[in-house]
Structures are given as structure tokens and as C-alpha cells.
Design a protein around this ligand. Sequence first.
Ligand SMILES: [Zn+2]
Length: 307
Amino acid sequence: MGVGGLLAVLLVGACHVSGLAGRPSAGDEPIIDAHVHTRFDGRPERSSGIPYTRQELLRQMRAAGVVAAIAHTDEDGGGYVDMAADCVLHCAGIGARVDVARVEEGLRQGQYRCIKIYLGYVHQFAYDPAYEPAYQLAERYDVPVVFHTGDTYSHRAKLKYADPLTVDEVAVDHPRVRFVLAHAGTPWFQSAAEVAYKNPNVYLDGSALVIGRLHEISRSELDSYLVRPLAWVFGYLEDPSKLLYGSDWPLVDMAAYAAAFRRAIPKEHWRAVLHDNAARLFRIDAPGQAPANCTPSKTKVGVRRTE
Ligand SMILES: [Zn+2]
């Protein structure tokens, strides 16, 4: 490299031409949805009534100003649909045993950008030795591990395994792995917030605190079970980089859920919580890590001094 301290400012994501890109129609800052699913079966989702189709996901993303999303595959990797061109990127879902070959191949090829562990649905604690290969892969490929935490959508699940407090163990033992507690541990917000507050490598997504037809739920109920818990968690964290917007689509309407987030979070932190934190955590803003149209705004990602 040359001498003389040349300053190179990298600008990425300046392109906003195709598909989802373009300014968000809601007129707000661009959003990244850190938690969706793509097991499209074509039917209305049982609690929200939202058609579970690729077209509906893309329509809702456009309507809500969502420029990128992180989708979680099933425990066996099912539900994967290549939507990278639409800025929908996937976590590798894993079950009781880690299929190291499948997950590693997906990570190597860029098919997977993170790993999802279904605590509670799978009757194993986060610190079960069976998950150790997943943490090693996460460290080697520098991708986050997302845990389901809190209430489950299935009566077959066992809640003790989904207690967010149990993630403290692996967060301490794997300081170089970044962990996300999905659903902020609902309704164990205090445990989830404390684990994220105390561990520099733990983050929360605020998805699915309330699910179903949000427009049919009264404002006071949404305040009690969605807005106030989110506001409390955000305040407790004392770090605006620790909370991520996520919906758990198709369980809720993305735009309605984002509106609730905006009521919970002070305006000066909307950009961080609704976009920047996920961009950084899932490397959507890093050069070469995601299609350029996933981040429509100019994002300054680094200043490199060559000498
Ligand atoms: Zn989910």
C-alpha cells in the first residue's frame, strides 16, 4: 500500500434500485426485521390470518419499509427458500443434535448467516453438550446464535428449557459468540434483560410479544403486553445497541408491529433498534456480505488508514 496515510472511506449499500429496495413506503427510516419465517404453505396463518406466501411476505416488507429480514429455518433445515435477492437471509435451524455437515456447508456457502436453536421446543438446555458443535461453528464462521426463549407456540414444548436465564451459562462460556434471545424471553423480561445487560455478547429481539390480529386488539392491551414491556426492557438495557426489531412474521403484521416498537422506543433510537443493530449483528452492512440493495441508505462502515 502507499505511504502517507491515505484515508479511504467505504460507502456501501448506496444502491436502491430493485425489488424491495427504494425508500420505505411508510416514509420512515428503513427497517430490518430480525425474525421471520419462510415455510410458505399458502394457507392463512392460524392466529394472524396472514396468507403464508412468499408474495405476502414481500408485500408486507414493502408496506412496512422493511429492506431486509432474517428468516429462521426449521429444526431440520426445512423452510429454507433462497430469497437473498430480496434481502431475506436465513439462520440454520437445528434440533436436538447438530447436523454439523449441513450447517457448516450452509455457512461456508453463505446460505446461512446465523444459527437458530429452539429452546423449549427441543427439550434441552442451551448449555447441553449436544449444542457445543453449534457454538464452535458460530465462533469459527463469526455468526450469531439465536435462541427461542420464553413462551412457546406448542403445548409439547417444555418451558423450563426456554427460560432466558439459562442462556447466561453459554454466554459466559462462549465470550466470542454473539447470542440473541428471541422474544426477549416473554414473559420473563427481567431475566432476558438482565442476561443481555450483564453479558456484552447477548442481544434481544422483541418479536412476538403479542401475536395474532393486532388491529383487533385494544390499544390498552397492546400497551400492557407489548409497548410497556418493550419500553421497560429497552430502558433496563442502558445500551441502544442491544435490542432488535423483529416481528416473527407471519404471526403478526409487520407494519403494525413496527408501529408498536416506535411507541415503545424513544425516537432518537429508532434507527438503531429498527435497522442498524441488526445490520451490524448479521453483517448486512458489511461489504460483500449481503446484496447491495439491502441497505438503501449510505452506511459508513469503516475508515481505513493505509501506510
Ligand atoms: Zn419465530
